[in-house]
Each structure stands twice: as structure tokens, then as C-alpha cells.
Design a protein around this ligand. Structure first.
Ligand code: MOS
Length: 757
């Protein structure tokens, strides 16, 4: 569907459900324990797999001793590179037109060679009758290695970083006039370096897979954010047609990037099931997730800003270094945010990347913009201090009319309104701008702001809607529910579009046999599915109307759909109309169905065209209050308000929850999260929730979330994106509040108490 069509689909039909705070439809199944996650499916003859992980970063397996493991009672098989059947190699290059390549997490062909590419790479799989036996026997497998030199230290490797050209649809380097000269000439300036550590995924549900081969047919239970990509990838690796694979993923215990691509555990469960002829369950330990699922790259950034005495920006320079693995990953688009936020006449953006002998990096909530906004928004705050200006005023003064890089029209932006509302509600005027000026006993109090920003996009999604003679409306789309309420909001949209009660809508999702959805990534799933659902509902109503017009004495004779209202379970023109059930009964139909299909090539071409002319994003204003113990440096976030412009809000409850979740993660990023990597051998030293700290209840105050709820004129139903924008700006808001409380600017995450003392 073109953007123009999408606009036409922005229906003016009365909204009965859209916008309401409706509870997630799968809530009862989850809270009563009836929901089956992918490691909870029973099969007769089910066997259990456990992985053996390499303990070197790079090298070769010279020998692998498995006799003892094989001797354990209950062991079914021990698979190593010496005896495992070979998978086909991973796709060499990533192309948007090849979903198997988009879903490729590493190029490693597990158990096909003796090569080791990172510390933690699986080198053997043990299959046994119980999970305990499999894990015990795995501990008895003894590889001997020849070690090769390995580069695992990001700080040391950063000097070898090479320029990154950017990735399609996101924009990479940029050069607008002469930023270096403008910086040198600026009467006020800041020039700051920032660093952030690697982060690892910690979804509530660790990655797990149940794989069942039936001849050449594969059924897979797997929590996934991208089931069609997963299916395409497995089809290629195991040499079967995609239609021979069914991925079932109705429940996903969190993902946010870590379940977008299948990792080693998935591939090896499928391989083990094929090799042993048994259904296999492979449930990773938390440590296993750290070993085999990529995380967020570490980063180094420089942001330099030049300004006139009045606060007008004259120069904005932002450069970054990130890393991938030598075996895969994607260059993180860290400077993207600096293309969009400030109207500087001179802008210089550069990204660099270095390949390390570590597991591939991957997507983690707001890749690029979460990191980039930390540096940019910290630097803006520091510039405000230099200028002696209020940081909100400085931002508002530099609000652009058009996109600062490229000059595209901004479809919708309400940062002024967000800051005005937020300042009022947070009591910003009570802030004494002087650092270390606000105190409550031994607590130093600080207040900080930062801007949130996340580009909004759409992906192809196919949807089928089916209206039954009994009035039931079934929406079929292989979309993903990882806790955010995605099917619930689509049920709301469908009910409104068709004018039926939500109770008569059923959403089928999380199954690769359904029409393929967009993946649940890039905060794009809801807009993508909604666009197609609107189109499918329009087609369905047209089909029903055709039947209705043919009926004898039809009050809808000669009427066009545009003149009608869908309400009360039927189609009406002013006072008169017909109920769907009556139309179908009179027409002798069991059901009427409509399908809306999209395809990737048309989508890619159209998006590229669109991006030349339009800039489209969700944004927001983050307000943070911290308390820092003047003696111990203990940091507590004491208040939070986020005011967001996410376009139309489909569901007040689930949208707030998404935004709140992003803010909590942002607080964790600011104060707690870091993967500690041993520079001698590339081993993650804290691969557990005991040592890798994420926020817990005691760390998080009540988080006040508000949104403006104004539609974007170019998006389906006017919705932008709520998934990832909440984390952006949040770490900077914390850092800025700490700067205000203590006078210390901390530029290295996480901000632990030793850094503020
Ligand atoms: Mo998001 S990191 O694109 O799941």
C-alpha cells in the first residue's frame, strides 16, 4: 500500500475501542499458567539437549574427548564437528529481499568445522533423556584447542576502526557545510567524549526451542520476534522448502531485539532433532544466553557543539565507534539521532566500526538511537551549562522546521508541546539552575531533561479478515506478541473498522502458517499490521456490501461504502441498514473473506522514495529527578515523567506500559547495566542476573507517562511507534540530573557511585 492510500485509510469512523485502556487479551492465559511457552510443549519420546561452550576466543579444536559423556546412562547422542550432519552455510550477504539473510545471526556453521570464533561458541551438543543428564554429560565433554591470537578488547580495538557507510534506509555519514570551522569559530562550545559498555539480553524467558521433525517436515516451538525470517533461515540451512517448516510462537517471554534472529541454540536443536530422530527441547541457561545470543555493542562517541551567545547552534559534530563480531552483526547506527534533532547549519556525522573476535552484536531496544541520544543529549545539557541557559530553552531555540540533514519535511513533531506540558507537570520552574544547589538533608537533588527520538517506519504485512455467518470476525496475521499487547490493539482496530464488539473478534497470530506479518522489530509491527488490516477490512466491507446490495428491498441498494457507517454489527446509511449476520444469511453465505497482501520489493522501493521527502519519528521529553548521597555517592532516581508524541495511541494501557518499560531500561542503562568482558580471553565475566545488574522494583520510582495523542497525517490511523522511543533520551536525562545534583558530568556508562564521588 502506498503512503497515499494509507492516508485515505485514515478512517473517520467512530472509534469505540481505539484509544481505550484495554487489558491484553492473553493476560488470563499467562497469569493462570495456561500459556505454553516454547520449552513447555510435551511430545512422546522428547529428548533434551545441552550445549558445550568453547573456553577460548579464537582457534581450532585439535581433539574432542566424548567417551566419558557418552558413557553416562541416559545419554542419547553427543554431536561434535566429528560426527554431526552438516547444515548448509549461512547466507553470505544481507539483503532486505532475502528474509533468510536478514535473519542470519552469525556466519558460523556450527559443528561443521573445527574453528572457534568466540569464547562461548557451542562446540558440542549432548542429547539425553532428561535435561539434568544432558547438562551433566555436557560438563564431561573435553575439547583440546590450538589457540590463535584474538582481538576481544573494544577499547584497544577502537583505534583500528574503519568508516561505516551506514545501512539502507537509515542514513550513515553526513556533511553539511563546514562543521569543524564553525566549531572553531563558535564563541561557546563543548567537545566531549563518551563511552558505553556492551549490554546483554536478559528476557524473562531465556531462549529455548522445541524442534520436531516428521520426515522432512519440521515443527518448531520458539519464542520469536520474526517468525517468517526464522522459517526462511531454517529452510535454507536445512535444505527444505519454507512450506515444510511451521514455526509456532504464540507466547514470547520478552525479546526487544534478542529474538529477532535465530541463534546457535535454535539451529542446534533442529540439527540434533534431525540427527537423533527424536523431538528435542533445548532450553538455554541464563549463562547459555550470554554465550550464544548477541548483545548491544560497546560504543565510543564524540559530540562537539558550537553555539552563539544566544544559544543558536552553529556546529554539531557527532562521531562514533561500535563493533561487530568477525562472524556477524550489524554496524550500530549511532549518529542517526543527530540527523534529526537540531537545526544546526553545520553538521558532521561519522560512524566507525571494528570487528572483534566476539559473538555478533545484535538489536537491542532502540539500536543506534539509545546510544546516540545519550551522547547528544548529554552534550546539549553541558552546552546549556556553558551558556548559562535553561536546557529546555536551548532545545526549543534549536527546534528545526525541516529535517536538519537532507531538508526533508517532518511529518509531525510536537516536542514544544511535550516540553511545555512536561515542565508544568514536573515542576521544572522549581529547579534552581545552579549545580549542587538543591538539597534534602544529606541528599543532593538534581533535575534533568533529555529528548527522546525514534524514527518510525513500516514494513510489509499481510492480513486476512473473515466474517462468519455467526457474526464472528477472525483476523489472521502471523504477528508477534512478546508482551506488548500487539494482537489486542489489532483486535481493537478490527472491531472499530467493522463496527462489531471486541468480543466477536478473534486474532490468530504467532504461527508461520498464517499470512506473514512484519517482524516485531524497529517499533514497526503495529503500524505495519494496522495499515494492512485497515485495507483488508475495507475490502471485506466492500464484499459484504456487494452481497447486501443484491438482496431484495435492500436499504443499501446503490450505496457506496464511503457513504456508510459500520456499526452495531452491520452497515448503515443514516438510520437504515443491515446487520452482517442478516446479509450473510440472506445471501446463503457461510462466511466472507478478504485478504490484503504486500511484498518486500515494492515496499523497499517505496520506502526509499518516501525517505527522500519525509522524516517521520516518535519523540518525547524525558524528565528525571535524582537524589545523590553527598557522602557515599549512592544514586537514586526519585521521580520520572516522560511526555511523548507517538501519534495516535491505540491502547492507553499497553502504550504506557511500553513507554514505561523503555524508561526503566534507560535507567538501567544509565546506572547499572554492563557486560564485563575479560580482555585476556573474551569471556563474559558476569553472565547472570546476580552479577549483571538490571533495575529491580526498589530501583524504580513511580514513572509518570503522558502522551499528546495527536495523529501523524501520514501513518495508518495516525500512529507512530511506541516500542522503543521510551528508552531513548532516558540515560541522558539521568546523567543530566546527576550533573545538576553534583556538578559532575559523567560520560562513561554506567554511572556508578565511584564516578560521582
Ligand atoms: Mo527492536 S531492538 O528493533 O526489537
Amino acid at each position: 500500500m502506498s503512503i497515499k492510500e494509507a492516508k485515505a485509510e485514515n478512517t473517520t469512523a467512530p472509534t469505540r475501542y481505539v484509544g481505550q485502556a484495554i487489558a491484553r487479551l492473553d493476560g488470563p492465559a499467562k497469569t493462570t499458567g495456561q500459556a505454553r511457552f516454547s520449552a513447555e510443549h510435551a511430545y512422546p519420546d522428547l529428548a533434551y539437549a545441552a550445549l558445550v561452550y568453547s573456553t577460548i576466543a579464537r582457534g581450532r579444536i585439535i581433539a574432542i574427548e566424548t567417551t566419558e559423556a557418552r558413557g553416562v546412562e541416559g545419554v542419547v547422542a553427543v554431536l561434535t564437528h566429528e560426527n554431526a550432519p552438516a547444515m548448509k552455510p549461512a547466507p553470505k550477504k544481507m539483503s532486505m529481499l532475502d528474509p533468510a539473510s536478514v535473519a542470519s545471526s552469525t556466519t558460523v556453521n556450527y559443528l561443521a568445522t573445527d574453528e572457534v570464533h568466540w569464547n562461548g561458541q557451542p562446540v558440542a551438543v549432548v542429547v539425553a533423556e532428561t535435561p539434568e543428564t544432558a547438562r551433566y554429560a555436557a560438563s564431561l565433554v573435553r575439547p583440546t584447542y590450538e589457540q590463535f591470537p584474538a582481538a576481544v578488547d573494544f577499547a584497544a580495538g577502537a583505534s583500528d576502526a574503519v568508516p561505516d557507510k551506514g545501512i539502507p534506509l537509515l542514513g550513515g555519514p553526513a556533511n553539511k557545510s563546514d562543521a569543524a570551522a564553525a566549531l572553531a569559530a563558535a564563541p561557546f562550545s563543548v567537545d566531549l567524549d563518551f563511552s558505553t559498555p556492551q549490554h546483554n539480553h536478559n528476557a524473562l524467558e531465556p531462549h529455548d526451542t522445541t524442534a520436531v521433525w516428521n520426515g522432512d517436515q519440521l515443527s518448531l516451538h520458539e519464542g520469536s520476534q520474526n517468525i517468517s525470517g526464522l522459517r526462511a533461515h531454517l529452510a535454507q540451512r536445512f535444505g527444505v522448502p519454507a512450506e515444510a517448516i511451521r514455526v509456532l510462537s504464540p507466547f514470547v517471554g520478552g525479546g526487544v531485539g534478542g529474538k529477532t534472529r535465530p541463534w546457535a541454540g535454535t539451529l542446534l536443536a533442529v540439527l540434533a532433532a534431525r540427527a537423533t530422530g527424536r523431538p528435542i527441547r533445548l532450553a538455554l541457561t541464563r549463562e547459555g544466553v550470554y554465550h550464544t545470543v548477541g548483545g548491544r555493542t560497546a560504543s565510543m562517541q564524540r559530540v562537539a557543539l558550537g553555539a552563539e551567545a544566544g544559544g543558536q547552534l552553529t556546529a554539531l559534530l557527532h562521531s562514533s565507534v561500535s563493533r561487530t563480531g568477525r562472524v556477524g552483526g550489524m554496524p550500530e547506527q549511532i549518529t542517526t539521532v543527530s540527523r534529526h534533532l537540531y537545526a544546526a547549519p553545520n553538521i558532521h556525522l561519522r560512524q566507525h566500526m571494528v570487528q572483534l573476535d566476539l559473538l555478533s552484536n545484535t538489536f537491542m531496544r532502540a539500536p543506534g538511537e539509545a546510544l546516540g541520544s545519550f551522547a547528544l543529549e548529554s552534550a546539549m545539557d553541558e552546552l546549556a551549562c556553558e551558556l548559562g541557559m535553561d536546557p529546555i530553552e536551548l532545545r526549543m531555540l534549536n527546534e528545526p522546521d525541516r529535517n536538519p540533514v537532507g531538508g526533508q519535511r517532518i511529518t509531525h513533531r510536537m516536542l514544544r508541546e511535550a516540553y511545555a506540558l512536561g515542565a508544568e507537570r514536573f515542576g521544572w520552574k522549581n529547579r534552581d539552575p545552579q549545580a549542587r544547589s538543591m538539597r534534602d538533608g544529606r541528599w543532593l537533588i538534581g533535575m534533568g531533561v533529555a529528548t527522546a527520538h525514534l524514527s518510525s517506519m513500516r514494513m510489509p504485512a499481510s492480513v486476512t479478515v473473515r466474517l462468519g455467518a455467526d457474526g464472528a470476525l477472525v483476523v489472521r496475521c502471523g504477528l508477534h506478541e512478546m508482551g506488548m499487547g500487539a494482537p489486542t490493539v489489532q483486535a481493537q482496530v478490527a472491531a472499530d473498522q467493522m463496527g462489531v464488539p471486541m468480543e466477536s473478534v478473534r486474532i490468530e497470530y504467532g504461527d508461520s502458517d498464517l499470512p506473514p506479518s512484519a517482524g516485531a522489530f524497529g517499533s514497526a509491527q503495529t503500524a505495519s499490521v494496522t495499515a494492512s488490516l485497515l485495507a483488508a477490512c475495507t475490502k471485506l466491507k466492500k464484499s459484504v456490501l456487494r452481497l447486501a446490495r443484491r438482496l431484495p428491498d435492500s436499504p443499501l441498494k446503490g450505496r457506496k461504502l464511503a457513504e456508510l457507517e459500520a456499526r452495531d454489527g452491520g452497515l448503515y446509511h443514516r438510520g437504515s441498514g443491515l446487520r452482517y449476520t442478516d446479509i450473510l444469511a440472506a445471501a446463503g453465505r457461510d462466511h466472507v473473506e478478504a485478504a490484503y497482501k504486500t511484498n518486500m520489493p515494492a515496499f523497499v522501493a517505496q520506502t526509499a522514495r518516501d525517505l527522500r521527502f519525509r522524516s517521520r519519528a516518535a519523540s518525547g521529553a524525558q524528565f528525571c529527578e535524582v537524589r545523590v548521597d553527598a557522602d557515599t555517592g549512592e544514586i537514586r532516581v526519585s521521580r520520572w515523567l516522560g511526555v511523548f508524541d507517538v501519534g495516535t495511541v491505540l491502547n492507553a494501557r499497553t502504550a504506557s506500559s511500553q513507554l514505561r518499560g523503555g524508561i526503566i531500561w534507560g535507567i538501567g542503562m544509565a546506572l547499572e547495566e554492563q557486560s564485563l568482558i575479560d580482555p585476556r580471553n573474551g569471556r563474559i565475566m558476569n553472565p547472570s542476573l546476580a552479577e549483571y545488574h538490571v533495575p529491580v522494583h526498589a530501583d524504580i520510582p513511580h514513572i509518570d507517562v503522558d502522551y499528546l495523542n495527536e495523529p501523524d497525517p501520514t501513518m495508518p490511523l495516525g500512529l507512530l511507534a511506541v516500542g522503543e522511543v521510551g528508552i531513548t533520551g532516558a540515560p541522558a536525562a539521568v546523567a543530566n540530573a546527576i550533573r545538576h545534583a553534583t556538578g559532575k558530568r559523567v560520560r562513561d556508562l554506567p554511572i556508578t557511585l565511584d564516578k560521582v564521588l
